[in-house]
Design a protein around this ligand. Sequence first.
Ligand SMILES: Nc1ncnc2c1ncn2[C@@H]1O[C@H](COP(=O)(O)OP(=O)(O)OP(=O)(O)O)[C@@H](O)[C@H]1O
Length: 226
Amino acid sequence: MKDVLVMKNIVKKFGEGRTGVTALKGIDFKVRQGEFISIIGPSGSGKSTFLTISGGLQNPSSGQIIINDINFSNLSEKKRSKLRFKEIGFILQSSNLIPFLKVKEQFYLVDKVEKKKNEDDRINHILSSLDIFDLKDKYPRDLSGGERQRVAIGRALFNDPSLILADEPTASLDTDHAYEVVKLLVKEAHEKQKATIMVTHDSRMIEWSDRVYRMEDGQLIEEKAK
Ligand SMILES: Nc1ncnc2c1ncn2[C@@H]1O[C@H](COP(=O)(O)OP(=O)(O)OP(=O)(O)O)[C@@H](O)[C@H]1O
């Protein structure tokens, strides 16, 4: 399978001298099409920094990020955001739905940047595939936490990105809903060949992963190989 994300010797430093922190200490990492990878590790170990750098939301101090054979580090900010929009779906802890928009309208926002034809058909299709079609006219406040996360997943998948980055996507959910959301992400990864990285502090959520890494003080250590 093709490499979707390749990280080469990624270092991230914040600040200088005695008060400086090296959040990532030379990370080499790869994720291929169809792989679901979990990253666990204690608070402050560098997980969020890792995820935001993999998605090009912040720059590393040194090292290379390659997404679908394109070296992110060499791109202008404009090209980088275009590539990010096309290739990466972000799912965050708090689902980030817009409170005053109905479920189906949450998708219009994504599409504003790049207008596509048949958008209603596509929205309906994705809502059905996530089993939330009946919720399309509801507002986020009328949904359960699990349903909200499903909408957020739908929105992240809407552009058919090749890389999904999920930062603690189950943090606000009870156990049953959390399992449901993780299983859905794993299914999408395996069936639609999405490369997926999930950061989680909850070790119960990692059982369906193809690979698990532990972030420890800025270094990634592989936990188990399937
Ligand atoms: N913008 C920043 N400025 C300065 N230091 C930062 C910044 N972002 C992160 N850090 C530091 O980098 C280290 C790694 O932080 P990071 O948020 O990546 O950890 P984390 O594993 O995601 O933690 P948590 O599980 O609590 O979210 C920490 O020491 C943190 O204080």
